[in-house]
Structure formats: C-alpha cells, structure tokens
Design a protein around this ligand. Structure first.
Ligand SMILES: [Zn+2]
Length: 335
C-alpha cells in the first residue's frame, strides 16, 4: 500500500499478477476480492500483446464480478522483472517473457522489452507497478506472516528465484524498481548451469525449477518424488540446490541483517518442509552474530500472495484493517 495513493473514492480496484507462465487479473471492492481470471501469459504477436492481454483479463474479471469496467480507474500490478524505463514509463525486460533476451531461443518472439505502464496509463487514472516479490512482501507484511517484522524478505523458489526486501521497515525499490533481483547473484564460475539472464552459476541457474528440469531431464515434481523416495542421484541434486539456496539466504542476511524470510513459489510450496533443514544448515551455521534467530516460514496468503500484493499496492488506507479481520481472500482460495 502506498501512502501517496489517492484512491479513497474508488469503489473498485484491480490487480494484475504477471508471471512468465501465467497472468491473473482480480477485481476487488472494500468487502474483498470479487472475481479472478487467469490465462497463460501471451508471448506471440507484437510487444503490446501482454499489456493488451492484461486489459482484456481485467475486463473479463469485471464482467465475472458484475462490475462495469469503466468504473475501474485504479490498478496495482505485481510483475516478474526486471523493469526498464522508457520516457519514465516501466517496461518489462523479463527473460521469461521476452524472447529477444533469453538465450534459449525457445520463446516465440524477439521482444527485448514489453510496454506495460504506457498501455495501462491510457486506461487507468492510477497505476502502481512493482516486482512480484516486492508486492508479495507488502501482502505478507499487511496480512500474512511478516506482520510486525521490520527486517524481512519474501523469496520465491519456483521456475525462477526472486527476492523482495525490507530493512528497518522500509521496502527497498532501487533505481528502476529492481531491488531484490538477488536470484542473479553470482555464486560460482565452476558451473555450466545457465540462467535465462545469460549468467552461468548464478542462484537461479543453480536452483530454479527450470534449471533442475534442464539438468536432470525430468520435471521438478518427478525429481523431488524420486529424491524423497531415496533415489541417490535425485537426493544429491536436491541437496546441492538446497545448499546454494541456503547460501543465497545467508548472503542476503549478511548484507541486510534479515530476521525472517517468507518463502513462496511452487518448489517451496510442495517441498519446503523437507527442504528447510537443508537450507537452515547452510544459513544458520555461520556467523551467529548475524544468523542467530533467523527464521523461515511459508506465505500466510498461500498461493494468492502476489495477487493480494497487487491489490494492496493500490488499496485505500482504510481497507487493510477490515481485510485483516475478515481474511476475505480465503473465499477466493476455496473457489
Ligand atoms: Zn540470472
């Protein structure tokens, strides 16, 4: 939620969650989320395709909720990054969406970046765009497991790796809103694992779901099932990934004096309990002055953390207290 926002008079707010795999749109009023629609993220056509899809999904969500689209003038966006700015407006330069950046040659476009803010601003009075992990962090601080924790981070362990960072109660943004891209921290030059950004041996290259699949030639779900059933090769791969992930958390703790990490993303969602001791043994066996008492937890908002984060970016100031009391997102989770 932004202190500078001026949406007090809005009856409805929209949220967009833009990922490399899927895009979701959600419409809410003071009572809570009203409708949510989701589709695979558009990656063909012109570079305007993702923003046009975002508008269409917001229209669909409005239709589903029975809300006139014209009454929606405020949208919060939680998006994969990084971002770049052109004429002051945010464009997504995300390797998982823009085929011109990715080294893999597997995306059906040659985009280097996609216009997002420019298109949304043509339709909405207020648009707030944040990195998805930053949006998730704000949601967990408002409604989830980071309430009252001033030095904290939200981390996703999924197809990619990302961080949202908060120090002394202040969210970190950076010059282009890219603070927290610690998934691209370089860890080793002894690895042939390559990240979508082009780096070899960065955190994302070493541990992301995409990379585990590429290295082991089987989907992460199968790899984890085999490892958990005792398959020695699978176990070795996962232990190695957990080591790098734990080391990344240590590095972030050393840099920022973090007290608590909330970890989301599909891999942690399904296997966090099993991974936690391996990660903690890498994180908390060094420099006790920095690491004593550092804890890990899963998102209190579960799989809706980035969607609720998008809404929270533009939510009128008097809504969160009511939402905290009533937890209206739970209905959406159940449907
Ligand atoms: Zn990278």
């Amino acid at each position: 939620m932004l202190s500078s926002k001026s949406t007090q008079s809005s009856l409805f707010i929209g949220g967009l969650d833009i990922g490399g795999t899927k895009m979701a749109a959600i419409v809410a009023d003071r009572s809570g989320p009203l409708a949510r629609v989701v589709e695979p993220t558009a990656k063909t056509g012109t570079e305007y395709a993702p923003a046009e899809q975002a508008l269409r999904l917001l229209k669909d969500a409005c239709a589903k909720a029975g809300v006139p689209f014209e009454e929606l003038d405020t949208v919060g966006v939680s998006s994969c990054g990084p971002f770049i700015r052109q004429q002051g407006k945010i464009r997504l330069a995300a390797p998982n969406i823009c085929g011109g950046i990715a080294r893999r040659g597997e995306l059906p476009n040659d985009w280097m970046s996609v216009p997002l803010e420019e298109v949304l601003r043509r339709h909405f009075v207020q648009v707030v765009i944040r990195n998805d992990c930053v949006a998730a962090l704000t949601a967990e601080r408002a409604f989830g497991n980071l309430q009252g924790v001033d030095d904290c981070a939200y981390v996703t362990w999924s197809t990619g790796i990302g961080f949202g960072l908060c120090v002394d109660g202040h969210l970190l943004h950076g010059k282009n809103g890219n603070a927290g891209h610690a998934g691209h921290m370089l860890m080793t030059d002894q690895s042939s694992a390559q990240c979508g950004c082009g780096n070899y041996g960065d955190v994302e290259a070493l541990v992301s779901g995409y990379n585990l699949e590429a290295r082991c030639d089987r989907p992460p779900a199968e790899l984890f099932d085999a490892a958990r059933a005792g398959d020695p090769q699978g176990r070795a791969v996962i232990a190695e990934a957990a080591k790098w992930f734990g080391r990344a958390l240590f590095n972030v703790t050393a840099a920022l004096d973090i007290e608590r990490f909330v970890i989301g993303g599909a891999i942690w969602h399904h296997h966090g309990e099993w991974l936690e001791p391996m990660v903690m043994s890498e994180l908390c066996t060094r420099l006790p002055a920095l690491t004593n008492g550092v804890s890990l937890s899963s998102p209190g908002l579960d799989s809706l953390v980035t969607d609720i984060g998008a809404l929270h970016l533009v939510m009128p100031e008097d809504w969160p207290n009511e939402w905290r009391a009533r937890k209206p997102w739970q209905q959406l989770q159940e449907s």
